[in-house]
Design a protein around this ligand. Structure first.
Ligand SMILES: NC(=O)c1ccc[n+]([C@@H]2O[C@H](COP(=O)([O-])OP(=O)(O)OC[C@H]3O[C@@H](n4cnc5c(N)ncnc54)[C@H](O)[C@@H]3O)[C@@H](O)[C@H]2O)c1
Length: 246
């Protein structure tokens, strides 16, 4: 699959390197030229065990490069994964300015693209945010059948991020309307191992993006609370979309 990654920080760099390592063609996009240059030199812009080696191998194999050009990244990919930052505000809310900016850029680029596009939001957001992004930016493209939108929260931990990506404990896929996913991209790209341990050929169904966003907040808290009582449980509504390793 050809994949573009928006935001080459911690989450984006790990996602890009690991997907390229799995054989996907990856084009990273960032507003910071220094991060783009690092990618194109096969150097990780962040410090994370194992990442430099993955990036060098992917560069040498011609499966990884980066650009500051949004239109180029979208036109040369089938799927875009949004990993831009969502810093906390003093009020406790999240600053979604970067997500909003990249959403507008994606809308403009998809309009220019010859064909449909899939967008997976990975940045941490509060429940309801994906619906707001769809309402504010993507609805006309959705109505025209030009985009498919998913929300797949990131659960990786710094220091073990590569392993966490390769063997995710959990893959939660949210669709903007709670309907069944129309494609397999989120599972193939972000939850393959999680899904397979749930039973081969069994594809987890979807949940509204609001629920998958809630899981980003609720599950770590629940994990922390129940760390000593493994296995822990989650509400059934979360399990619909969860591919969990046994
Ligand atoms: N770091 C973690 O361990 C971790 C874990 C789980 C979830 N998350 C979440 O993942 C998201 C990303 O986190 P991070 O730590 O990778 O952030 P980060 O700040 O390290 O990187 C974000 C990157 O996005 C880029 N960016 C901003 N606007 C852009 C645009 N319009 N186009 C392209 N690139 C743009 C920035 O230049 C930056 O390089 C956040 O929502 C965060 O809360 C992070």
């Amino acid at each position: 699959m050809q994949v573009s990654i928006f935001g080459l920080g911690y989450v984006g760099a790990v996602t890009a390197a690991c997907l390229a390592d799995k054989g996907h063609g990856v084009i990273g996009a960032d507003v910071q030229q220094a991060k783009v240059d690092a990618f194109n030199a096969g150097e990780s812009p962040i410090v994370e065990p194992g990442l430099d080696a993955l990036m060098q191998a992917a560069r040498q194999g011609g499966r990884l490069r980066a650009t500051t050009d949004v239109a180029e990244a979208v036109s040369e990919s089938e799927v875009s994964i949004v990993c831009v930052g969502t810093p906390s505000l003093e009020s406790g809310r999240l600053n979604l300015d970067f997500v909003r900016k990249v959403s507008q850029q994606l809308v403009d680029a998809v309009k220019e693209k010859d064909g449909a596009h899939t967008i997976i939001f990975r940045s941490t957001m509060l429940p309801g945010s994906t619906r707001t992004m769809v309402h504010d930016f993507f609805q006309p493209l959705l109505d025209a059948g030009l985009v498919t939108i998913y929300y797949c929260p990131e659960f990786l931990r710094e220091g073990t991020a590569v392993r966490d990506f390769r063997e995710p404990s959990l893959c939660v896929v949210g669709t903007h309307d709670g309907g069944p996913p129309t494609g397999t991209e989120p599972f193939e790209l972000l939850g393959e191992n999680a899904r397979s341990s749930h039973g081969k050929g069994r594809r987890p169904s979807s949940t509204p993006a609001t629920t998958s966003t809630r899981s980003r907040w609720g599950l770590p808290m629940r994990l922390a609370a129940s760390a000593s009582t493994w296995p822990w449980t989650v509400p059934a509504s979360w399990m619909w979309s969860a591919g969990m390793r046994s």
